[in-house]
Design a protein around this ligand. Structure first.
Ligand SMILES: [Mg+2]
Length: 334
């Protein structure tokens, strides 16, 4: 066989692997969200006695198993904007957030479901005509995980960009709802880890390399003074901590730490996502972030089939992921 067809085969294989991982990322967010949503807010001790192992109905809303929440809706708003426009357009992303609230766009059953307080207030400002750059909350007490949970389409779209450019994009998109530097930095760090995962680093190496890059990028104000809040991650001992020292509240730093801790501790999609959900607390968001990272690492093919079959709107999520992978690959010139 001549070398040329071999090179083509290599490119096709790389392209289909990339597409599998992008589908895995978006479906992984939705699967983790759907596993966690029925038990959102339950303490860890309760889930230790009776851990989640499968999809459950969302009894408070009478929704069927496989129903996901705001984490997935807002992730899909961002993913569909990037894939349809082929560029990052904050105004378009903001419009889709407003449509989610007003029309149930990218909702599981036609109505926006599971909105957090900071996101609700920012979307009200967007609806009132405040420009996207000024809509997000800036206070230190507005550092919930509401922007972190929807950031994963960005490292896909900017997977071959300079890390500085990726981080800038993460900050701008975070600031639509969460404009405090701590939330922006959490999104930036997650994007750096995901970018490393897409360049085929193993989870622990991806996280450690991202920590080194983040230490360089976040060396000046207003981020330098935020670094102490990420010390366990940036200084490298998060991975060695026992579960009791890993928190899983709705605080953005907790969600970033917990999802990365699960990703680095376990070696398959189901174990990562179930361990994240069963940490309790903000189970749907910890599940969504960990599930997205695990899907990005191992691809759609690593997500158990019974979950994909039961997941609400799975085929539509898969279609957007496929189109995002295609647009991204074209922009990257591959
Ligand atoms: Mg949620």
């Amino acid at each position: 066989m001549s070398p040329e067809p071999k090179a083509d085969e290599g490119l096709i294989a790389a392209g289909s692997r990339f597409a599998d991982r992008v589908r895995g990322a978006l479906l992984g967010v939705a699967v983790g969200d759907a596993l966690g949503t029925p038990v959102e807010g339950l303490p860890r001790a309760v889930l230790q006695r009776q851990p989640v192992r499968d999809f459950l109905p969302v009894s408070r809303c009478n929704y069927p198993p496989g129903t996901w929440s705001d984490d997935t809706s807002l992730t899909m708003c961002l993913a569909s904007s990037l894939s349809e426009l082929g560029r990052l357009d904050l105004k378009d992303v903001a419009c889709r957030f407003v449509r989610w609230v007003e029309e149930g766009y990218w909702s599981p059953h036609g109505v926006a479901f599971g909105m957090g307080r900071t996101t609700r207030q920012a979307i009200s400002r967007l609806r009132a005509g405040v420009p996207p750059e000024g809509a997000g909350a800036k206070g230190e007490w507005s550092n919930g995980n509401g922007s972190l949970m929807r950031t994963l389409p960005l490292p896909v779209f900017f997977h071959d960009a300079d890390p500085q450019e990726l981080v800038q994009a993460a900050h701008r998109v975070s600031a639509l709802t969460h404009a405090h530097p701590r939330s922006q930095m959490a999104c930036g760090i997650l994007c750096l880890v995901a970018q490393n995962l897409l360049s085929a680093l193993e989870p622990l190496a991806a996280a450690q390399q991202a920590a080194a890059t983040a230490a360089r990028i976040y060396a000046s104000p207003p981020f330098a003074e935020e670094r102490r809040h990420f010390a366990r991650l940036l200084e490298g001992d998060l991975w060695k901590l026992p579960a009791e020292q890993v928190h899983s509240s709705g605080y953005v730093v907790h969600t970033l730490e917990a999802s990365l801790w699960c990703l680095c501790k376990y070696e398959d999609f189901a174990s990562v996502v179930l361990s994240a959900v069963n940490l309790g607390g903000d189970a749907d968001t910890t599940g969504a972030v960990a599930g997205g990272l695990a899907g990005l690492t191992w691809g759609e093919s690593a997500i158990p089939g019974q979950w994909l079959r039961c997941l609400v709107r799975a085929e539509e999520i898969r279609r957007v992921a496929a189109s995002l992978a295609k647009v991204t690959a074209r922009i990257a010139g591959r």
